[in-house]
Design a protein around this ligand. Structure first.
Ligand SMILES: Nc1nc2c(ncn2[C@@H]2O[C@H](COP(=O)(O)OP(=O)(O)OP(=O)(O)O)[C@@H](O)[C@H]2O)c(=O)[nH]1
Ligand SMILES: [Mg+2]
Length: 423
């Protein structure tokens, strides 16, 4: 099975909790705080692997979870960092964050990696909080929660030229003659059910990659036949080679075929109509093909190359023409809208750090920052509660509550924690 799209839920590992402990040893009085930090939670990393060519391994996974970092321990021992999870995918894999619609990874080189969901940092132990003014803090932090992301993982084959056309026009026959690729060839429609790639050698030591795709028919964009889902692979090719059966052996008019396929390309994406295209008129060896070719050329204004994939007539000319075209077309950035420099791409939503609403006589605070602070606080000592409220104050939450009219004694809630507002 050829799988080229899956959606996954990723849960990076939470950080380990910090530890609260004090040094207790013979002859050492007031040993001081001695609780270590928690370890970092597991990142979820995607890595390109040239040995893979489908996303089938991810098909039934649906959700990937990273381990939590180790908890900190007494005697100043830090928790162990969790092992990162490395998800191997084929070259040409694009990972999109479903919630934001942003592309978070586009893996095109062997061993290239991208951290898609970051593990939480470990919570600090009380040793880390010691200061001059508070040399023996009796509080520690919980680990930071790991990132949670819903992603779409898509495979977009990396080819220079995409072969598109109606079924049985000879796309697979062509790739089998110009490259080492050996796809199935037969006289019935939809012989090819998944894309095939082949490397083609041209004159002057040049080479390029061709993708043979399943056939398209009228209404492919509406799901007819195999539908248009394989056209995603053409989105990143540089040239479209449009194959038609100029022998009209099956009774269809080649010019009509040409128009139908172009309108299916257009329905799929504007990007496809902007790509340079050549027409390859195949099966020129058949009776009547030459006359059809003359009529066809009069109607179109794109270069037309008559060939016979069967007898290999005209193949050299087409190959060199494609190589010439590729020489003049720069390898474009894959995503013009989303250029990214390094392999790690993080974009955060520009948002208010928190929101406050008044519901059922309670001030409800929401937002990633205060919620994270809540999750990382261990409410087991007065000191840690005090630290929590000081942090809220420094985020500007106190001021905002006052501004909105909160009074001493009012209820305030973060997640499921309720407390009273104090002036
Ligand atoms: N006479 C002649 N027959 C050809 C030529 N090229 C392909 N054929 C025949 O056309 C039929 C279909 O060829 P394929 O290469 O499987 O066609 P396809 O475009 O890959 O078809 P799908 O995968 O079904 O979309 C086969 O029987 C081929 O032998 C040619 O140049 N001349
Ligand atoms: Mg085929």
């Amino acid at each position: 099975m050829f799988v080229d799209e899956v959606t996954l839920e990723l849960y990076a590992g939470d950080g380990g909790n910090g530890c609260m402990a004090f040094r207790r040893e013979k002859y050492i009085e007031m040993g001081g705080p001695y609780g270590g930090n928690g370890g970092k939670g597991a990142d979820i990393i995607f890595e390109a692997d040239e040995g893979l060519n489908t996303l089938i391994d991810l098909r039934y996974r649906r959700c990937i979870k990273g381990d939590k970092g180790g908890n900190g321990l007494g005697k100043g021992m830090h928790g162990a960092k969790a092992n990162d999870i490395v998800v191997r995918v084929p070259l040409g894999t694009v990972i999109t964050d479903i919630d934001t619609g942003l592309i978070v990874g586009d893996l095109t080189k062997h061993k290239e990696q991208v951290v898609v969901a970051k593990g939480g940092r470990g919570g600090r132990g009380n040793m880390a909080f010691a200061t001059h003014s508070n040399p023996a803090p009796s509080f520690c932090e919980n680990g930071e929660p790991g990132e949670m992301k819903k992603v779409k993982v898509e495979l977009k084959l990396l080819a220079d030229v995409g072969l598109v056309g109606m079924p049985s026009v000879g796309k697979s026959t062509l790739i089998s003659k110009i490259s080492a690729s050996k796809p199935k060839i037969a006289e019935y429609h939809f012989t090819t059910l998944k894309p095939n790639l082949g490397v083609v050698k041209a004159s002057g030591d040049r080479s390029f990659v061709v993708a043979d795709l399943p056939g398209l028919i009228k209404g492919a964009s509406l799901g007819e036949g195999l539908g248009d889902r394989f056209l995603r692979h053409v989105e990143r090719t540089r040239v479209i080679a449009h194959i038609i059966d100029i022998s009209a052996f099956e009774g269809r008019d080649p010019y009509e075929d040409y128009l139908i396929i172009n309108s299916e390309l257009e329905n799929f994406s504007d990007k496809l109509t902007k790509k340079p295209q050549i027409v390859i008129a195949n099966k020129i060896d058949m009776p009547g093909a030459e006359e059809n070719l003359k009529k066809f050329i009069e109607k179109v204004d794109v270069p037309v190359f008559p060939i016979s994939a069967l007898t290999v007539e005209g193949l050299e000319k087409v190959i060199n023409k494609l190589a010439d075209m590729l020489d003049t077309i720069e390898k474009q950035p894959l995503y013009e809208e989303e250029k990214f420099e390094s392999h790690v791409l993080y974009k955060f939503k520009e948002e208010e750090p928190f929101t406050i609403t008044y519901e059922d006589d309670t001030w409800v605070i929401k937002g990633e920052k205060p919620e994270k602070l809540f999750r990382m606080t261990k409410f087991n000592s007065d000191e840690s509660v005090l630290r929590f409220s000081n942090k809220l104050k420094s985020m500007g939450i106190d001021d905002k509550l006052r501004e909105m009219g909160a009074k001493t004694g009012d209820n305030v809630r973060i997640l499921d924690f309720e407390f009273e507002f104090k002036e």
